[in-house]
Design a protein around this ligand. Structure first.
Ligand code: PNS
Length: 160
């Protein structure tokens, strides 16, 4: 049996923390589908194709890892791609309430879908896409937190 996990998110943009969770997911899943949400409500800094491309550059060469975009309900997309696991990263207790609700809703919508929570490397627990964008917006160096391609894209975005 092939165990397929789905790792959904906005990835606006992908950080070293996301990359770490993707690699860890491969320890228990044969295939990991990184699912980039269209999420029009979130008004992302980067377009869907930029966010997807950054993931391709950062983790696209990893064995068993696929990058896909999805629109609409995660539960429906998971069912379509035969995924039975959703992977979410937990960085702090404050993440938990929302994640708990999402896990239960997703399983209610598609009963085969279990959610597993992973914690990133301890050195990356403080990291989020929002913080990275804020640091970059004000000219801080984000080279430690993102792939060089993402760093360059952030620098270009905020140079204007
Ligand atoms: O990286 P994020 O922004 O925390 O990811 C949130 C995401 C994209 C996983 C979540 O908003 C989602 O699953 N959106 C798709 C729509 C959906 O299924 N909503 C109901 C979730 S219970």
């Amino acid at each position: 049996m092939t165990r397929i996990a789905i790792y959904p998110g906005s990835f606006d943009p992908v950080t070293r923390g996301h990359e770490d969770i993707i690699r860890r997911s491969r320890h228990f899943a044969d295939r990991v589908i990184v699912a980039v949400a269209v999420n029009p409500g979130k008004d992302p800094l980067f377009t869907l194709s930029e966010r997807t491309e950054f993931l391709r550059v950062a983790v696209g060469d990893e064995a068993g890892v696929e990058i896909r975009a999805f629109d609409g309900l995660l539960a429906k997309f998971a069912e379509k791609v035969d995924a039975t696991l959703v992977v979410r990263g937990l960085r702090a207790v404050s993440d938990f309430e929302y994640e708990f609700q999402m896990a239960l809703m997703n399983r209610t919508l598609y009963e085969a879908l279990e959610t597993v929570f992973l914690v990133p490397d301890v050195g990356l627990t403080f990291l989020s896409s929002s913080l990275v964008k804020e640091v970059a917006r004000f000219g801080g160096d984000v080279g430690m937190f993102v792939h060089p391609t993402v760093r360059a894209a952030l620098a270009e975005k905020f140079a204007r």
